[in-house]
Structures are given as structure tokens and as C-alpha cells.
Design a protein around this ligand. Structure first.
Ligand SMILES: *Cc1c(COP(=O)(O)O)cnc(C)c1O
Length: 310
């Protein structure tokens, strides 16, 4: 079975590597057809579901998950419905509709859109695609580590990735373990105001944030997957929180250095190496997951730049 995602480049960040005297590696998930790593997990989940007889893919997300589900469903040639709340920007609606998925606008907030998605999934043949909490998603996301292991000329000594609901993190950890890399530490990065994973690890139980106050809305899961928290007892994971300003500064730096636009959700992980934060100073070959995201363009980046006085 061929995959819906592509193999992305693993490249060295030459200017940053030279400046820091180490090799900073970038796994370029921003180049996926869906603009983010999400096609790996969501693509695999949809493929398995269709192979098992599913005829209708339903995903409640106006973000990168919804876009990846739209790309996957259209590629698989099945009915694909993306359910979004009324607050979803016209540009996002247009983008989902343009690739041939059915867009349903329902409710004022995500919870209402989600209820509608669940209702649609009560019909036979329909499958519900969640954004981060499913074993198929972790299995698919883990392929980015399978690839990186095969691509690297020398082993990386840490993986740095951002955390929303923890689907990427679970995939990275599954990938490390299935490639015999249990000893490679992971740096889990969130922004202030979206740090549900850090809070949960600190408390030793799932913590639900009262609200998301970061501009990195892609990282805005109020509660992470239980599986992500469970990993923190089985693997060395360092939690790091950066500010929105640091995340945006890293997006700007990446654009200048590597000519690549990414969301602040991805800038968060990049900020940790750009700022050489204490947690990552000891690593000689850190691998940063450039998770990407479609919620960015030059105008948005310029807006955040002036808002944070950068
Ligand atoms: C989904 C996403 C994340 C967070 O992934 P989780 O699996 O929710 O932790 C980070 N960055 C981008 C660009 C994403 O699309």
C-alpha cells in the first residue's frame, strides 16, 4: 500500500549549525501535501478505514487536521466531510472546499461542530477522524522517525517537537522505540497559554486548561491524550515552554534562513534551538521536527511581527 504522505527531506540547518558549532537537523514536514506532518497519521488512519470498508470520512477541524483529512479522503476517492464552526476563517473554508471535500459549517464553537461530526458518524460506513488521540495516528506519525533514521548519515541525539494534543509526540516516541532508539531524549515544546502537556506531566495526571491564550492555536488542546502523559513515565521527555514572541521570532528566522513559512506552532520547537535554551545545549545533533502548518502567510507573519515588536 503506498502512503498518502511523501518522504520529506532531512536537511542540515547550515547557518544555525555553523553559528552553534553543532549539527542542527530539520525534518521538513512543512513540505507534506497537507502542509503539515498530519497527513502521516490521518492518511494511514483513513487508508486503513477505507480498506476495512469505510465509505465516508468525517473530521471536525478547521485546522491542519481537517485539511489533512480532506487531502486523504479526496486521494482515497471517498466521500469526505470536514465540519467546522462558524468562527472558521473564509480562507480556510475555501481551501478545504477547493480540494474537493464537503465543508459543513455547524455551531458557534468547536464542540458543536464536533457533535455534528459525531452525529454524521452514526451513519453506516462513516468514520470519525480525531485530531490526535488514536493509535493509527501515532503509528502513521512514527514514519517520520523511520525516515529520519534511514536518511541521517550520523545518528541524531535528541528529537525536538511541539505538542498540541500529543499525537505528534506519541508518534515520535513510537518511532524512536520501534527503531531501537529508546535512549534518545525528546524535548516537548509548548507555548505559554497552551501548555497542557507540561501541566499534566507536572501534576502526574491529565490537567484540563481553563482556556487557550496563546496565538499558537494549533497547539491549543485543552487536554492532551492520556497516551502522551503515559509516555512521560517510560521515556526521557523534557518539557519546555516558550513565549508566543519567541515562537514568532523563530518563524521569521526560519523564513529568512531557509525560505520556509511555518506556523507559530512549529516556531515553538524551532525557538528552542534558535535560542539555544539550556535544555538542548548538550545535544550535538538535535533533530527538529519542522511540523509546518497551513495557518500562516506573509501577512499573518507580518502582523505577529509588529504585534510582538520584533
Ligand atoms: C497538529 C499540529 C501540531 C500539534 O500536534 P499534536 O499531535 O496535536 O500534538 C503542531 N504543529 C502543527 C503544524 C500541527 O498541525
Amino acid at each position: 500500500m503506498t502512503t498518502l504522505h511523501i518522504q520529506t527531506p532531512l536537511i542540515s540547518h547550515a547557518p544555525l549549525s555553523a553559528a552553534q558549532g553543532r549539527d542542527v537537523l530539520l525534518k521538513m514536514e512543512s513540505l507534506q501535501p497537507s502542509g503539515s506532518f498530519k497527513l502521516r497519521g490521518i492518511g494511514l488512519m483513513c487508508q486503513r478505514a477505507v480498506a476495512g470498508g469505510a465509505t465516508h470520512i468525517v473530521c471536525p477541524s478547521g485546522g491542519n487536521a481537517g485539511f489533512a483529512a480532506a487531502v486523504a479522503g479526496v486521494a482515497l476517492g471517498v466521500r469526505t466531510t470536514i465540519v467546522v464552526p462558524e468562527t472558521t476563517a473564509p480562507s480556510v473554508r475555501a481551501r478545504i472546499a477547493a480540494i474537493g471535500a464537503t465543508l459543513v459549517v455547524h455551531g458557534g464553537v468547536w464542540d458543536e461542530a464536533n457533535l455534528e461530526a459525531l452525529r454524521l458518524c452514526s451513519e453506516p460506513g462513516a468514520i470519525y477522524v480525531p485530531p490526535f488521540d488514536h493509535a493509527d495516528l501515532w503509528d502513521g506519525n512514527a514514519t517520520l522517525i523511520d525516515e529520519a533514521v534511514a536518511q541521517a548519515d550520523a545518528p541524531f541525539d535528541a528529537v525536538i517537537c511541539s505538542v498540541g494534543g500529543g499525537g505528534l509526540l506519541c508518534g515520535v516516541l513510537e518511532g524512536l522505540h520501534r527503531n531501537g532508539l529508546k535512549h534518545v531524549p525528546v524535548v516537548a515544546v509548548e507555548t505559554e497559554g497552551a501548555a497542557s502537556f507540561t501541566e499534566s506531566v507536572r501534576a502526574g495526571r491529565l490537567v484540563t486548561l481553563p482556556a487557550i491564550t496563546s496565538i499558537a492555536t494549533t497547539l491549543g488542546a485543552k487536554t492532551v491524550a492520556q497516551a502522551a502523559l503515559d509516555w512521560s513515565a517510560k521515556h526521557e521527555i523534557a518539557c519546555v515552554t516558550v513565549t508566543d514572541a519567541q515562537a514568532v521570532a523563530a518563524c521569521l528566522a526560519l523564513a529568512d534562513d531557509m525560505r520556509t513559512l511555518v506556523e507559530p506552532a512549529c516556531g515553538a520547537a524551532l525557538a528552542v534551538v534558535y535560542e539555544n535554551l539550556p535544555t538542548v545545549r548538550r545535544f550535538k545533533r538535535p533533530l527538529v521536527v519542522v511540523c509546518g502548518g497551513i495557518g500562516v502567510d506573509l501577512a499573518k507573519l507580518a502582523g505577529w511581527k509588529s504585534r510582538f515588536g520584533l
